[in-house]
Design a protein around this ligand. Sequence first.
Ligand SMILES: *[C@@H]1O[C@H](CO)[C@@H](O)[C@H](O)[C@H]1NC(C)=O
Ligand SMILES: *[C@@H]1O[C@H](CO)[C@@H](O)[C@H](O)[C@H]1NC(C)=O
Ligand SMILES: *[C@@H]1O[C@H](CO)[C@@H](O)[C@H](O)[C@H]1NC(C)=O
Ligand SMILES: *[C@@H]1O[C@H](CO)[C@@H](O)[C@H](O)[C@H]1NC(C)=O
Ligand SMILES: *[C@@H]1O[C@H](CO)[C@@H](O)[C@H](O)[C@H]1NC(C)=O
Length: 206
Amino acid sequence: MVRSIFTLAAAFGLALAQSNYPNQSAPFNLVLSSENSTLDGLQLGACHSGAAVESLCVFANITTPQFLTFYFNGSAEAPTNPGYLPAGLLTWTFTGGIPEFTQNTAMTFMYNTASNLAFPLIWPSDANSQAISFTDDGLLAVAANINDTLDPPEPFDNYVTYITDRWAICKTYWQAYDYTALQFVLGDQKPQNPSCEYVKVKRVFL
Ligand SMILES: *[C@@H]1O[C@H](CO)[C@@H](O)[C@H](O)[C@H]1NC(C)=O
Ligand SMILES: *[C@@H]1O[C@H](CO)[C@@H](O)[C@H](O)[C@H]1NC(C)=O
Ligand SMILES: *[C@@H]1O[C@H](CO)[C@@H](O)[C@H](O)[C@H]1NC(C)=O
Ligand SMILES: *[C@@H]1O[C@H](CO)[C@@H](O)[C@H](O)[C@H]1NC(C)=O
Ligand SMILES: *[C@@H]1O[C@H](CO)[C@@H](O)[C@H](O)[C@H]1NC(C)=O
């Protein structure tokens, strides 16, 4: 186990050496807004979901500031197309392992082929990271290019739309960890996980 963590550190230390997203923002918290008053105003916190893997949890009683502090790692160049927002990664600083190491890690979407929900996990490699943006209102957004609800499918106006309203808080299960955590609903449909409550996610700089 000790050895596998060490090897993991070496492997992803290397993988992240040449980041495509080197411009790190100031630190911020991720705050929920929801019509559900139980969820409105809660913060997302990084919660352990495997070796250097974290879910974005609520109700996990996270009070240590490190676990509530996230960054936006943008690309070195600003977008040239008008109407496009800077693209980047949602990142979090992992500290742990034996021997201890510190590594900036990035959100990726993991897919359960039996579900219509993507699972955002902070993952110790940026190889398959999910690009995200923040709207002018500070809302966490995922860019999409093609609207396939049209027949035939067509690009969105200006070839992009920013989806901010398909985040949900749901009861989750990932590798034996049960949490209440952030999910992303795939497509224009009801989340099939019956516990899901829609939210928006806003960055609030510290
Ligand atoms: C984010 O940017 C910082 C500062 O340039 C860099 O050290 C880090 O590796 C980047 N993180 C990722 C996941 O690319
Ligand atoms: C609000 O969200 C909580 C937590 O997900 C849930 O237990 C509760 O049933 C929801 N309330 C309503 C009115 O939907
Ligand atoms: C949260 O953690 C604090 C400190 O460990 C503890 O005192 C408190 O009872 C916990 N609250 C809940 C709701 O679990
Ligand atoms: C990224 O950082 C570099 C160096 O500080 C700066 O020149 C560049 O304008 C930044 N790019 C964006 C898109 O903010
Ligand atoms: C896709 O196109 C349909 C039909 O015009 C429209 O109702 C829907 O809002 C579009 N989807 C998005 C995400 O804009």
